[in-house]
Write a protein that binds this ligand. Structure first.
Ligand SMILES: Cc1ncc(COP(=O)(O)O)c(C=O)c1O
Length: 416
């Protein structure tokens, strides 16, 4: 990589400096990552929430190392680990059949296309991010399907009700659950709308699945027909999964890829799934996150900084009152070595022990000290809450609004 350019064709999401150059990390351990200058960061990004157990978790390392020697199956064909991973996913998330993939993007796409083929209906009604695949790009106007037959309702249940007025054209509603900006009541109404219309509900739990509890985060609220999980499965290793009724997922029979049986990935998934099945890592990271949040809220208040925090210890998001303060906030955090996922959700790992949290709290207090120029500024308003929620969910936060307000908000946020 040179100063301004890279040989890499893609522009992957990762921590970047103010010039948008990727920060280069040379090592990681537990809650810490070290960059090439030797500076040590506390990792709240954790590969966008995939590193649930912490970097270099010893039991995952042991399982992956053993598999890499060839002592635990082979990339050439089926191994006992395939059945172990499938059984664990089935026990945690349900479904008559389970499919395996390499990325969240691939799994959600496959789920949507399978249900479309199985139902013979043309439209996918979507809300939230489902990966980089252009099939999910919104069309130019709300309520108009894009060229791939996908139409976005941006988490607005009024728009969804309009789209479900002709349910015979809808193969599935595909939703990426968010637990920072949507309430239990919102999910219950979503389920009710889908059931009343007789439309399949796909929960894209790539991000939230297995992280909030040992299963789907919406199992009770939504009881989705088809589910997708990924980030909570393998502590950053490249695997994702789809589950649901055999009849709806029959088209997945056509799916195969060369690295299907790669043994280190299956070993990582088996080791991580056995841990998340206990609920212990989820409890540990929630507790750690809650302790950090408690400190952060008080430090922000003591410093009179207009920054709210949405969510809870499992996933949370800073809501600064203005874009200017947001920029200054992440710059100050960078200076203090708090590696936040800028503008998005923060996710601690189960490796955040007392010593890490004390270190993180001290750094956060210094971040607040650095922002004294913003003390006593205008409080966070609805526009700021909408803007920040849009960054993380590609849609509208739950709030009272009529159709005109929804249209105005969408016009503004889609334009930004
Ligand atoms: C809800 C959701 N779906 C799909 C994806 C895509 O997953 P991947 O980046 O593994 O392709 C993501 C990634 O962040 C996600 O959060």
């Amino acid at each position: 990589m040179t100063e301004n350019s890279s040989l890499l064709a893609e522009f992957p999401t990762c921590p970047r400096d103010v010039q948008d150059r990727p920060r280069v990390f040379t090592s990681a351990s537990g809650a810490y990552v070290t960059d090439k200058s030797g500076f040590c960061w506390i990792d709240f990004d954790n590969a966008r929430g995939s590193i649930v157990l912490g970097h270099g978790d010893p039991r995952v390392v042991e399982a992956v190392g053993r598999a890499a020697t060839g002592a635990d199956g082979t990339a050439t064909g089926w191994s006992p680990r395939v059945d172990a991973v499938l059984e664990r996913l089935h026990a945690l998330c349900g479904g008559e059949v389970v499919g395996l993939f390499r990325s969240g993007t691939a799994a959600v796409r496959a789920a949507g296309l399978a249900v479309r083929e199985a139902t013979g209906r043309p439209l996918l009604v979507s809300a939230g991010y489902h990966g980089y695949d252009p099939m999910w790009y919104p069309s130019d106007a709300p309520l108009v399907p894009n060229a791939d037959g996908v139409v976005d309702f941006f988490f607005d249940l009024g728009l969804l009700a309009e789209l479900l007025a002709a349910p015979e054209r809808v193969a599935a509603v595909v939703v990426s659950p968010d637990h920072m900006h949507l309430s239990a009541a919102w999910y219950r109404e979503l389920r009710q709308l889908c059931s009343a219309a007789g439309v399949v509900l796909i929960a894209d739990e790539v991000k939230v699945g297995l992280r909030y509890s040992p299963g789907l985060s919406t199992a009770e609220l939504l009881n989705p027909d088809v589910w997708v999980v990924a980030k909570g499965m393998a502590n950053g290793h490249a695997v994702s999964a789809v589950g649901g009724p055999r009849a709806l997922l029959r088209p997945l029979k056509e799916v195969s890829f060369t690295s299907f049986f790669e043994p280190t990935i299956l070993a990582a998934a088996d080791a991580v799934l056995s841990r998340v099945a206990t609920g212990e890592p989820q409890r540990a990271l929630r507790e750690a996150g809650d302790r950090f949040l408690c400190h952060a809220r008080k430090a922000l208040q003591d410093a009179a900084l207009p920054v709210e925090i949405a969510g809870d210890g499992t996933f949370f998001q800073f809501v600064p009152a203005s874009e200017e303060l947001e920029y200054a906030f992440y710059a100050a955090a960078n200076t203090e070595g708090l590696l936040f996922y800028a503008g998005d959700n923060q996710g601690v790992s189960a490796a955040f022990d007392d010593a890490v949290l004390t270190d993180a709290e001290q750094r956060f207090t210094r971040v607040c000290d650095r922002l004294s120029a913003y003390a006593g500024g205008e409080p966070v308003d609805e526009a700021a809450r909408y803007r920040v929620a849009w960054n993380v969910m590609d849609g509208l936060r739950e709030a009272e609004r009529d159709r005109a307000a929804t249209d105005g908000m969408l016009a503004r946020l889609l334009d930004d």
